[in-house]
Ligand binder design. Structure first.
Ligand SMILES: [Zn+2]
Length: 387
């Protein structure tokens, strides 16, 4: 049932565009401990469909009890699936309770109208209407309603929490969340005699005693036996390899003759050198930077050649280079902003001057305006390295 509903929901979002025209999306499936599956879905809207204003948000998201008379079906679903809690003082042992407080900050405050807070998160309208309903013998009002889309709740009769995030940090957080991987536990298996104390010394083989375990419920096991996808995304992302002159990676077998390997013409053909070549030959190619290239050109892995894209769309992404990798770092910087380069020299050429290094070219282009910026980049790099 979950699989059927999810497929239809993704279809509603990305084919029928019922929330607005989407340009990218990703979802990841997770199984709760007791086995219930759920999906974390991130949707990216086309510029003209992004919910920027309070009206846009209100059209998409509701955080109040639907009207029982005019929208009975939605009311039923929200009453059954979209009410948080009850938690708080009367239910201190609720799963959301931590140190006497609800982790999800319920009950929320009454809110006469939707507003955007400083971080770009909307605070949804939850009016004090006096309208309540009984959940586990407790009367809950609009402060307990989990934000949802009325159409989706009504159609799927399921818990579908819909929220807006306008802030890049929120997007970053969500991506981390969807990719955080499986829940794991460190489990100790022992029998009493293992812990016998000999003299004053406790004999403990920590490696033997601890297992890094994954918990798989029956529904997750079934999902995997059927080989259903655990995640999906679109559009495709093409990871772009790049390298300093003659420093590309070369793959060969143990017993290959090194001279023969070096003589192979294919080893000098890489995504980057072929990008140069394509730019030399095709004027149409020259309007794009290296990282934009996969939007209109397709990399043929077998033939090691870029060909003009006939259908579809892909996003290019250059591998990250650490600042400490020096010239490689500056090469990447240039690749992300120079269009139609036909050679390494071309990349290093700014206003008809060919610079000796990629760094000098970056400086000449104003990409490294001053020392301050450089230090900032260094800081960022060290965050990357440590993170
Ligand atoms: Zn709670």
């Amino acid at each position: 049932m979950f699989k059927i509903k999810l497929k239809e929901l993704i279809n509603d979002i990305h084919k029928k565009h019922i929330l607005g025209r989407t340009i990218a999306g990703i979802y990841v499936i997770e199984f709760q401990k007791h086995g219930l599956p759920h999906a974390h879905i991130l949707i990216f809207f086309a510029e003209d469909c992004k919910p920027h204003t309070v009206e846009d948000v209100n059209r998409m998201i509701n955080a109040e009890l639907p009207n029982l008379e005019t929208n009975r079906l939605a009311h039923e679903t929200v009453a059954r699936c979209m009410m948080h809690g009850p938690c708080g003082v009367t239910f201190p042992n609720g799963p959301c309770m931590e140190e006497g407080k609800c982790k999800k900050q319920y009950p929320r405050k009454f809110q006469s109208e939707t507003v955007m807070d400083v971080h770009g998160y909307p605070i949804y309208q939850r009016r004090d209407t006096g309208h309540t309903l009984l959940v586990h013998g407790i009367e809950l009002d609009n402060r307990w309603v989990v934000p949802h889309n009325v159409y989706l709740s009504t159609k799927y009769d399921a818990h579908i929490n819909v929220e807006v995030c306008n802030n890049i940090r929120a997007v970053k957080y969500l991506f981390k969340y969807v990719y955080k991987g499986h829940d794991r536990a460190t489990v100790e298996i022992s029998c009493q005699s293992d812990n016998a104390i000999k003299g004053n010394v406790v004999e403990a083989d920590e490696i033997k005693k601890y297992l890094d375990c994954r918990y798989v419920s029956a529904s997750e096991a079934a999902w995997r036996i059927f080989k259903f996808d655990m995640h999906e995304w679109f559009p495709a992302v093409e990871r772009l390899q790049y390298h300093l002159p003659n420093q590309q990676m070369v793959l060969f077998d143990d017993d290959d003759d090194v001279q023969e390997v070096v003589a192979r013409s294919a080893i000098s053909r890489t995504m980057l050198t072929e990008w140069f070549k394509t730019n030399q030959k095709s004027e149409a190619a020259r309007s794009l930077t290296f990282d934009q290239f996969p939007q209109q050109w397709v990399w043929n892995r077998k033939l090691k050649r870029w060909t003009m894209r006939k259908k579809g769309f892909a996003i290019g992404r250059t591998y990250y280079a650490l600042l400490t990798s020096d010239e490689r770092y500056y090469l990447r910087m240039l690749l992300n902003c120079v269009k139609g380069a036909t050679s390494y020299e071309h990349l290093r050429t700014v206003d008809a001057t060919t610079h000796d290094t990629f760094k000098d070219a970056c400086i000449a282009m104003g990409l490294l305006a001053d020392d301050n910026e450089w230090h900032q980049a260094l800081e960022e790099a060290s965050v990357w390295a440590s993170g």
